[in-house]
Design a protein around this ligand. Structure first.
Ligand code: CAA
Length: 379
């Protein structure tokens, strides 16, 4: 077993760390407060190759491995989870799905600009009445011969307004249940496609989350990904990799909060010494460091399995379940270590605590991860 990173992986981690410090940190509090999408920063991330990290250079990507992706996601998420979710969704849910299952036409037309970061993608599975219960799709894609007629509503869509390319999951043959579902590539600007109001959220407030409305949108048949009825498998398979990205995001939120708490504890004085000299603080830091290291190893293991071409559904769900719970516990403790200062925005930890919560919810709640894991272990 080799725990050493390659030189390239170390370089990518450093590049993400530097970018987070110089480009994401200034303005992160303001973006959170005003729900401002980090448009400039996302553009730069695209130029640096972070939006198509694992896509082959043949399609405009950076050709990196999933380990590098985890390392970059951790570093970006330490500072700005609203920016890192754009990186995660674009890489894992959109580019990955198109590269693995798209045809040559779809790759040329849609994947290349997404991988280069010239455009942003969104993954549209959730509906007002189909979140965890993802097979219950109410959005319909009626087969009209040369096109599908798309009708319905999608909810809580990350990159809802900033995206140009949307992968939309919809039901074509309700009698076939999940075997009748299709995944369609929808472009912003198609007639009948409307972006709803921005959600006013607890956390990741810089990320633009919207509902989407489709009314008789004509989607050409050539925009269907895979065979007729492949859409649900497409969504599930894509989410396996997405969960590695969100696990790494949760890891970054946790390690960001931990680093802030660690530094603060060495500076803050109480009872005539630093609070780092108090065992109450030391034990908290010890628990945080241990849990974060365990979460990091789960993330890297899932990424390694993916890089090796081995099954990783269970590993990615374990990583997401554990890392997101660690993110929640760690950020709550980081606020506690900061005391009153932790409760105000300038110290960053309250934002990380709010951001942590979504990692237990999106791309499959903690409960869904337990379903996936228990099904695997009981196989
Ligand atoms: N890969 C491929 N196929 C899979 C799969 C996988 N990982 N997991 C399940 N499937 C297939 C099953 O084999 C089955 O097909 P067959 O009938 O042909 O065997 C089909 O999918 C249905 O599976 P189940 O019978 O297990 O369905 P279920 O309803 O009992 O459970 C579920 C499925 C795992 C709970 C699933 O609905 C699920 O993952 N729900 C959560 C959805 C989710 O993660 N949503 C996140 C939204 S995206 C998001 O948050 C993005 C963002 O913006 C950040």
């Amino acid at each position: 077993m080799n725990f050493e990173l390659t030189e390239e992986q170390i370089m990518i981690r450093q590049a993400a760390r530097d970018f987070a410090q110089t480009e994401l940190k200034p303005g992160v509090i303001e973006r959170d407060e005003h729900q401002k999408f980090p448009a400039e920063q996302v553009k730069m991330l695209g130029e640096l190759g972070f939006l198509g990290m694992m896509v082959s250079p043949k399609y405009g990507g950076s050709g990196m491995d999933a380990i590098s992706y985890v390392l970059a996601m951790e570093e970006l998420s330490k500072i700005d989870a609203s920016a890192s979710v754009v990186v995660s969704v674009n890489n894992s849910l959109v580019c990955y799905g198109l590269e693995k299952y798209g045809n040559d036409f779809q790759k040329e037309k849609y994947l290349v600009p997404l991988a280069k970061g010239e455009k942003i993608g969104a993954f549209c599975l959730s509906e007002p009445e189909a979140g965890s219960d993802a097979t219950s799709q109410k959005t319909t894609a009626v087969d009209m011969g040369d096109h599908y007629l798309l009708n319905g509503v999608k909810n809580w869509i990350t990159n809802g307004n900033s995206a140009s390319t949307y992968l939309v999951i919809a039901q074509t043959h309700p009698e076939k249940r999940h075997h009748g579902i299709n995944a369609l590539i929808v472009e912003k600007g198609m007639e009948g496609f409307e972006v709803g109001a921005k959600e006013n959220k607890l956390g990741i407030r810089g990320s633009d989350t919207h509902s989407l409305m489709f009314t008789d949108v004509k989607v050409p048949k050539e925009n269907r990904i895979g065979d007729d009825g492949f859409g649900f498998k497409f969504a599930m398979n894509t989410l396996e990799g997405g969960r590695i990205g969100i696990a790494a995001q949760a890891l970054g939120i946790a390690s960001g909060a931990y680093e802030l708490a660690l530094n603060y504890s060495k500076e803050r004085k109480a009872f005539g010494k630093t609070i780092a000299d108090l065992q109450a603080t030391q034990f908290k830091l010890a628990d945080m460091a241990t849990e974060i290291e365990a979460a990091r190893l789960l993330c890297l293991k899932a990424a390694w399995l993916k890089d090796q071409g081995q099954p990783y559904a269970q590993a990615s769900s374990m990583a997401k379940l554990f890392a997101s719970e660690v993110a929640m516990r760690t950020t709550v403790e980081a606020v506690q270590i900061h005391g009153g200062y932790g409760f105000v925005k300038e110290y960053h930890v309250e934002r990380l605590m709010r951001d942590a919560k979504i990692t237990q919810i999106y791309e499959g709640t903690s409960e869904i991860q337990r379903i996936v894991i228990s099904r695997e272990v009981l196989k």
